[in-house]
Design a protein around this ligand. Structure first.
Ligand SMILES: NC(=O)c1ccc[n+]([C@@H]2O[C@H](COP(=O)([O-])OP(=O)(O)OC[C@H]3O[C@@H](n4cnc5c(N)ncnc54)[C@H](O)[C@@H]3O)[C@@H](O)[C@H]2O)c1
Ligand SMILES: [Zn+2]
Length: 351
């Protein structure tokens, strides 16, 4: 399946299926020297892929982990690109999860003021979310994604073959973002509702196609997040606060954020209780994956209140959340900080 993405700044496409590598990669590599970025885990698990398809290209293997999405890595990658003599026509291929995609995309945006980037996502999270939409970034001074650029990939090649080596914890993270789309998009909701038991590769492809089609549409209409793209932050206000406070991964934090914000929105009469209940079922099923561990949320109210205001910089003492209203509908939901802290303190006892 091919989905076109046309924004005011660029035109790209997303190609999903088990034949995308053979069909598109040789064509995209040919004619120039290219740069391939991956991480240590992906390289170790998928070495035959690199040997078969990327032989002769400049390869950079980043140590795995969010802590390497930083200035030092950015500098090392850019220096290697320059030393390898990459030209303006060269392409950067980011083969990995969201970390490789985010920092790789930023290097492509910066090198010679911008070269083509091809995203080859290897985690479910990167397939359904981070590889699409052109947001690139690194973390600086302890703040996530604070330095970055919009740089649309010319192509995103999504091959479900990579999911074969994904640990359960990473499935859980990816499902966190899929539930986010299900909160707003009927097609993703229905695809998720059809999952009964284990997610097979075919079901995963269905979830990816629906999520990506929805995200691509939103990005086309609002690339720079001045309005509609804010809907992609469902669960993320509280999720980011949880990520910062408890050090959970992004996708897991989003799941907790969705749970909390959906409960708040139902309580406030903003979210239809029946729709909210279905979303909570999805969230709870995903949270039960990988041992279903729950952090100690005893200081959740104060901690989340502080972190969510820091991150959003609203400046007016309000916490703004994107929440589901009903099947296929979302809205912005604002709570004054003291009320948000109080509500989370109460909720933490019941999570
Ligand atoms: N740009 C965006 O729009 C956007 C959207 C959502 C998230 N993000 C960013 O994405 C990042 C999270 O992405 P992520 O969850 O993919 O993290 P990640 O890139 O750290 O990958 C998670 C782990 O899975 C490993 N891995 C990758 N592919 C694998 C495979 N096929 N088999 C086995 N292991 C594999 C990685 O080495 C890593 O240890 C965060 O930095 C977040 O800020 C960006
Ligand atoms: Zn996210």
């Amino acid at each position: 399946m091919v989905i076109d993405v046309k924004t005011s700044s660029a035109t790209g496409k997303i190609d999903i299926g088990e034949d995308v590598i053979a069909r598109r990669l040789p064509y995209l590599l040919q004619g120039q020297k290219n740069f391939v970025l991956t991480d240590t885990n992906v390289y170790a698990l998928h070495r035959p892929f690199f040997e078969k398809w990327m032989q002769g290209e400049e390869l950079f293997v980043l140590p795995a982990g969010e802590e390497h999405k930083n200035f030092q890595s950015l500098q090392a990658i850019l220096e290697r690109m320059a030393a390898a003599g990459l030209k303006r026509t060269s392409r950067l291929f980011a083969v990995g999860g969201g970390v490789v995609g985010d920092i790789g995309g930023l290097c492509a945006a910066l090198y010679m003021r911008g070269i083509d980037c091809v995203q080859i996502p290897t985690t479910l999270l990167a397939m359904v979310d981070s590889s699409v939409g052109g947001k690139t970034a690194i973390d600086v001074a302890g703040v996530k994604n604070i330095v970055g650029a919009f740089h649309q990939p010319i192509e995103v090649l999504i091959d479900p073959m990579f999911l074969g080596t994904l640990p359960e914890r990473e499935w859980k993270c990816g499902i966190g973002e899929v539930v986010k789309y299900a909160a707003m998009d009927r097609h993703t909701f229905d695809a998720l509702a059809a999952v009964d038991g284990n997610i097979t590769k075919d079901l995963a492809v269905g979830l990816i196609e629906n999520s990506v089609r929805y995200k691509a549409g939103v990005v086309e209409r609002d690339e720079k997040e001045t309005g509609e793209r804010k809907c992609l932050n469902v669960g993320h206000t509280t999720g980011h606060a949880i990520e910062l406070t408890y050090g959970l991964s992004h996708g897991e934090s989003v799941l907790w954020g969705m749970k909390i914000e959906t409960l708040l929105a139902i309580e406030a009469g903003v979210c239809n209780p029946a729709h909210g209940a279905r979303l909570l079922q999805f969230v709870d099923k995903a949270l039960a994956l990988d041992g279903g561990e729950k952090p100690d949320f005893s200081n959740l109210g104060a901690a989340a209140g502080k972190a969510s205001l820091d991150k959003k910089n609203t400046g007016d003492g309000n916490v703004v959340m994107s929440v589901a209203k009903d099947y296929g509908e979302w809205t912005l939901f604002t709570l004054p900080l003291p009320q948000y802290v109080q509500a989370l303190t109460e909720l933490a006892k019941k999570l």
